[in-house]
Write a protein that binds this ligand. Structure first.
Ligand SMILES: Nc1ncnc2c1ncn2[C@@H]1O[C@H](COP(=O)(O)OP(=O)(O)OP(=O)(O)O)[C@@H](O)[C@H]1O
Ligand SMILES: [Mg+2]
Length: 263
């Protein structure tokens, strides 16, 4: 079996910084740690649309950040598109596209086109390739008319579309999407979800790991769904497998989620 991602015992512990006066007043108290990702062992097939769902703070983003080589795991390891995240960071980064709704990573005074051209250059695209892909992606995401506007002038939805376009610039094999459509209107959400399923997965054979809080969308889109809580994957499988877990063959993902998540 050809896997896009394989993790073994992946864990991440954050040590929260101590406020100086407390460190001075109580020098021997232990620093607080947060186990954001707890011993995750999972395999995701190439060409799979894999959804990660779970309450706020359950470790979804941290998990994707480790797989994207943005942060190091505390324990365990992962292989992404055949490359060890601890040894082949460059290869991993070339194989993935990370779509994360972080507005700070754009240049606010530059236009959308200038922003995309800048990131295209980071992917080593020449000006001709860059022009072509920007045209293609802006058309797809319906931002052609906005390309000469500065980033700061744009609405949240347009900024989010730009983040998606940026993630696709390098034509990555694996796409990590952290709530990519949360600020988009219903119609565009639908179009983008169709685009993910039909164009990225079926036509181009990409693998997509999608974090969403929208259980309906996850249910409709995903090949498999993982339900996370407190850093752990509590359940993982197709909708049918999750239904079997709750003994309801016609149950919704929402029902499975609420039964599996423990208070
Ligand atoms: N840099 C950091 N330093 C300390 N703690 C962190 C850091 N990043 C995340 N955490 C903590 O790790 C836990 C998991 O956070 P994470 O952002 O991965 O959750 P999430 O599932 O993506 O949540 P959400 O659905 O709200 O986006 C949380 O308790 C969070 O406060
Ligand atoms: Mg998150």
């Amino acid at each position: 079996m050809d896997y896009a991602i394989e993790t073994s015992g992946l864990s991440k512990e954050f040590i929260t910084p101590r406020i100086i006066y407390r460190a001075i007043a109580h020098p021997f108290t232990k620093q607080k740690t947060i186990l954001a990702v707890n011993n995750i062992t999972i395999s995701i097939r190439k060409g799979e649309l894999f959804c990660l769902v779970g309450p706020n703070g359950s470790g979804k983003t941290t998990f994707l950040k480790i797989l994207s080589c943005l942060i190091l795991p505390t324990r365990g390891n992962a292989v992404v598109f055949g490359y060890d995240i601890l040894k082949k960071e460059d290869k991993v980064k070339a194989a993935i596209g990370l779509i994360i709704g972080d507005e700070r990573s754009f240049y606010w005074r530059l236009t959308l086109r200038q922003n995309l051209s800048f990131f295209a250059a980071l992917y080593n695209l020449n000006p001709l390739q860059s022009k072509k892909i920007i045209k293609e992606l802006s058309c797809l995401l319906e931002i052609e008319d906005m390309l000469e506007r500065s980033f700061q002038e744009c609405s949240t939805g347009i900024k989010q579309r730009l983040a998606i376009a940026r993630g696709l610039l390098g034509d990555p094999q694996i796409l990590f999407m952290d709530e990519p459509v949360k600020s988009l209107d219903a119609l565009l959400r639908r179009e983008l979800n169709i685009f993910i399923k039909d164009k990225l997965i079926k036509e181009r054979g990409k693998t997509v790991i999608l974090i969403t809080h929208n259980l309906k969308e996850a249910e409709q889109l995903a090949d498999r769904i993982a339900i996370m809580q407190k850093g752990e994957i509590l359940a993982c499988g197709t909708l049918a497998e999750l239904r079997a877990k709750i003994n309801n063959p016609i149950g919704s993902l929402e029902e499975a989620y609420s039964k599996i998540i423990v208070d």
